[in-house]
Design a protein around this ligand. Structure first.
Ligand SMILES: [Zn+2]
Length: 488
């Protein structure tokens, strides 16, 4: 058991957790956003990140510090916290990204881990091998072997109280990702970044990102804090959190600001195209788009970076609140409506409903059916599974509205998208929901799938469905022996 990470609340795959970071003496609440600080570029001062934005942790690159003589000296003498002037937890990256970009780097895992611990990093990273998406399987497997050797080396390096991350690689080969995660979970390392997903995210391949995360989650224990390495766009935080990611790092806030790009939870806008600012952060309250455009380069970049961070941290808070309220998937559904790639990502998540059903709480607020995708949510799957265990009389009427049972032994409610609901469960979550008055096809098909499941589990019971004008094309999904009665 990893005692450094404690789960407080869960919803679908999302969790509110507390990551204790012993070296910094702080506890980071997750999901958390770690702004990326480039020690060579002054965008927003780390002290300001903590005080104005509430950042409990940030991430910086130990390889850049290691390879820049002035910074290296300063970091070794003052420590990272002194050098950056940041009171929270500091995570350091090892240079794997540089390795991926430029081929070779000049340090070993032992050296860079000892260096990270020496400059006071709270969460250090070994030099893993990030394999890009779509790499041939042989290469991904060979890279993975090297990464795993380095994790073994990392376990043996004395880093004191510094936590050490165990990156999970494997490219887009899902079985490799799962194996990599299982191996990483078996080490005594502490934080689990899912690596090399940036090219997927940059190409809006959110569905494949979700598949990669789901594969990694299958190999990791529930007590493993998961970091989606390089995911910094607030549009996809809710989706990634629902898939089980606890930590995000954003370089996007600064990189986008440099190009006059303005982040929103519905996508990215270019400052040149904006007539109205759809945000209430201090930057957007104090400026009109024209005023922002009129600022000199550096102040404009800083103002946009501040807005980008505000919108990102606000989304993290919204996600935590949604997890607490039990409506994280409703938030993901809302985000899924902003971009086709997000919709694909959400559909990919629902393809793993079986996996996420296990961590989904049995009881939470109210289930809202807000799109055809809602019919595939883990709660629906769970109810259909439960139907097999219910005891069913010899003859049973499943009725959509109020109808008299007549010659049937019992009448149960037919409640889309769940299907058959016995009287004792009508008021319990998630069955105590009102389906939309104008139902779509998916909600009825899901309900009938539940009826079919009940019929299959009780071959000797006589079943009938009383519906209010459902089209024959939908009712055709029922087994032949289930009688249908149109009450409309
Ligand atoms: Zn703003």
């Amino acid at each position: 058991m990893r005692d450094r990470f404690e789960l407080r609340e869960t919803d679908a795959g999302g969790r509110i957790g507390e990551l204790r970071v012993p070296r910094a003496g702080v506890t980071v609440e997750t999901p958390a956003l770690l702004p990326v600080i480039n020690p060579n570029i002054d965008t927003i001062a780390p002290r300001r990140l903590a005080e104005e934005f509430g950042a409990e942790a940030l991430i910086t690159n130990a390889y850049i510090i290691h390879d820049t003589p002035d910074l290296r000296e300063q970091a070794l003498s003052e420590g990272l916290h002194g050098m950056l002037d940041f009171p929270g937890a500091i995570m350091t990256d090892s240079g794997s990204f540089q390795l991926a970009e430029y081929g070779e780097i000049s340090v070993t895992t032992e050296e860079i881990l000892s260096f990270q611990a020496g400059i006071g990093s709270d969460i250090a990273t070994p030099v893993d091998l990030p394999t890009p998406p779509d790499a041939p399987r042989e290469r991904a497997a060979a890279d993975l072997e090297t990464t795993q050797e380095r994790l073994t080396i990392a376990e043996g390096v004395d880093v004191g109280d510094t936590l050490v991350s165990a990156p999970v690689q494997g490219s887009t080969h899902l079985d490799l990702r799962e194996d990599a995660a299982r191996h990483a979970d078996g080490t005594d390392l502490d934080v689990f970044p899912i690596g090399a997903v940036v090219p997927l995210l940059n190409d809006y391949r959110y569905a494949e990102t979700v598949d990669v995360v789901a594969a990694a989650k299958r190999g990791l224990g529930a007590d493993a804090p998961v970091h989606l390495f390089g995911a910094g766009h607030p549009m996809m935080f809710a989706l990634a959190a629902a898939a089980g990611c606890d930590l995000f790092d954003s370089a996007a806030y600064a990189i986008y600001a440099r190009d006059d790009r303005y982040l929103t939870v519905r996508g990215t806008r270019h400052l040149a195209d904006i007539d109205y600012l759809p945000c209430s952060c201090p930057v957007c309250l104090e400026h009109t788009p024209d005023e922002l455009r009129a600022l000199p380069d550096k102040p404009r970049e800083k103002a946009l970076a501040a807005h980008n961070l505000h919108v990102s941290f606000a989304e993290i808070r919204r996600i935590r609140e949604a997890i607490r309220e039990g409506n994280l998937l409703e938030l993901v559904e809302a985000r899924a409506r902003s971009h086709p790639a997000m919709l694909s990502g959400y559909r990919a998540l629902l393809e793993h409903a079986d996996q996420y059903e296990r961590s989904d709480p049995v009881s939470k607020g109210t289930f809202f059916y807000v799109s055809a995708e809602s019919a595939a949510r883990p709660e629906v799957l769970r109810h259909h599974r439960r139907l097999e265990r219910l005891s069913v009389p010899d003859s049973l009427l499943l009725a959509e509205g109020d109808v008299s049972g007549g010659e049937y032994d019992e009448v149960w409610t037919l409640r889309p998208p769940f299907g058959p609901v016995p009287p004792a469960l009508v008021q319990s979550y998630p069955l105590n929901t009102d389906p939309p008055e104008r139902p779509d096809r998916a909600i009825r098909v899901a309900a009938l799938r539940g009826v079919a499941r009940l019929a299959e589990a009780n071959p000797d019971s006589e079943l009938a469905v009383a519906h209010e004008g459902w089209p024959p094309g939908i009712l055709a999904a029922l087994p032949d022996r289930v009688e249908t009665i149109d009450t409309k």
